[in-house]
Every structure is written in structure tokens, then in C-alpha cells.
Design a protein around this ligand. Structure first.
Ligand SMILES: CC(C)(COP(=O)(O)OP(=O)(O)OC[C@H]1O[C@@H](n2cnc3c(N)ncnc32)[C@H](O)[C@@H]1OP(=O)(O)O)[C@@H](O)C(=O)NCCC(=O)NCCS
Length: 139
């Protein structure tokens, strides 16, 4: 792979709004977001919303600029944000039809949570029928 310098920098909501596919994430005011810089240029946005339980767990959200997709930046950017905020567990809620996101997160070590837990979350309406919850424990 060609070396890429990937960094997090100050979040710019106006930039997020320009990225194709940004409607696939639910931007929340209580979230912490960053622009992703790849070799000094804007390449996407990554953020997280803290989970109520356990401590040091967060729901990640990510959008990669069209021109920078397919380069593995998802794993790098989510690694950077978890390090910066000392996150030990990352959760991702992904629509079942979002193959790119499912693939990117699986490749970076996320695993679908237990089937019974999925059923429970759906019953409690924390998860829609067409969504899957994945998690990654950072060691
Ligand atoms: C999801 C997203 C962040 C993935 O970014 P990315 O830079 O392409 O991610 P990665 O490079 O790590 O991996 C993507 C993988 O999915 C594959 N992929 C991409 N689109 C695909 C598709 N339509 N069907 C099948 N596979 C696909 C890629 O080939 C790649 O797999 P590979 O490395 O085995 O070739 C990006 O597509 C995006 O920003 N989408 C819009 C926003 C979004 O959906 N965010 C996630 C919400 S849960």
C-alpha cells in the first residue's frame, strides 16, 4: 500500500455537508467530530457519540470523501479517534444494505454483536429492523 499520512483536524460541518453519502450518518450535536486529513487534504469526517454504558465506549460515525474511498482510511481514522479519546469499545450501527460500511468495519476488526442482543435491541426500538450493530474491542 502507498504510504498515506492520515490525521484528525478541526471539524467543519460545512465540509461534512458537501460529502456524498453524508446523509447515511445521523449527525448529532452531542457528538465529537473531526475532519480527516489525508496527506494534508480533507478526505472525510469521523466522529463518535459516547455510549451511556460502559465507560470508554462510543458509537462511531464516518464518511469518506468519494475520491478517498477504498484505501482503508476507515480503520485508520477510527483508530485515531479511539486513541485520542481513550475509547476501549467502538459500536457501529450500520444499515444491512450498506455493503461498503459493513465491509470496511469488518475488515477493521468489528464483529456483529450477539444475535440475542440484536433481538433485544430491536424489541426495545434501539435498533431498526434493517440495521445491524457491530462492535470492536480495543486491546
Ligand atoms: C462506508 C465508507 C465510509 C467506506 O469507506 P472506504 O474508504 O471505501 O472504506 P474501506 O476502504 O476501508 O473499505 C471499503 C470496502 O468495501 C468495498 N466496497 C465498497 N463499495 C462496495 C459495494 N457497493 N459493494 C461491495 N463492496 C463494496 C471496497 O471494495 C472495500 O473492500 P476491499 O478493501 O476488500 O476492497 C464509505 O463508503 C462512505 O463514506 N459511505 C457513505 C457514508 C456511510 O455509509 N458511512 C457509514 C455509515 S454506517
Amino acid at each position: 500500500m502507498i504510504f498515506m499520512d492520515v490525521k484528525l483536524s478541526a471539524f467543519d460541518k460545512e465540509y461534512l455537508d458537501t460529502i456524498e453519502g453524508q446523509d447515511k450518518i445521523v449527525f448529532v450535536e452531542s457528538g465529537t467530530y473531526y475532519n480527516i486529513l489525508c496527506d494534508g487534504k480533507n478526505a472525510g469526517v469521523v466522529g463518535y457519540v459516547p455510549a451511556k454504558f460502559p465507560d470508554n465506549a462510543g458509537f462511531v460515525q464516518i464518511v469518506i470523501d468519494l475520491h478517498y474511498r477504498g484505501k482503508g482510511i476507515v480503520a485508520i481514522a477510527e483508530g485515531l479517534i479511539s486513541k485520542k479519546h481513550n475509547l476501549k469499545i467502538l459500536y457501529a450501527t450500520i444499515n444491512k444494505s450498506n455493503v461498503a460500511s459493513l465491509k470496511a468495519h469488518t475488515k477493521s476488526g468489528f464483529k456483529t454483536i450477539d444475535e440475542n442482543k440484536l433481538i433485544e435491541l430491536r424489541e426495545k426500538k434501539f435498533l431498526k429492523e434493517d440495521e445491524i450493530r457491530l462492535e470492536k474491542k480495543i486491546v
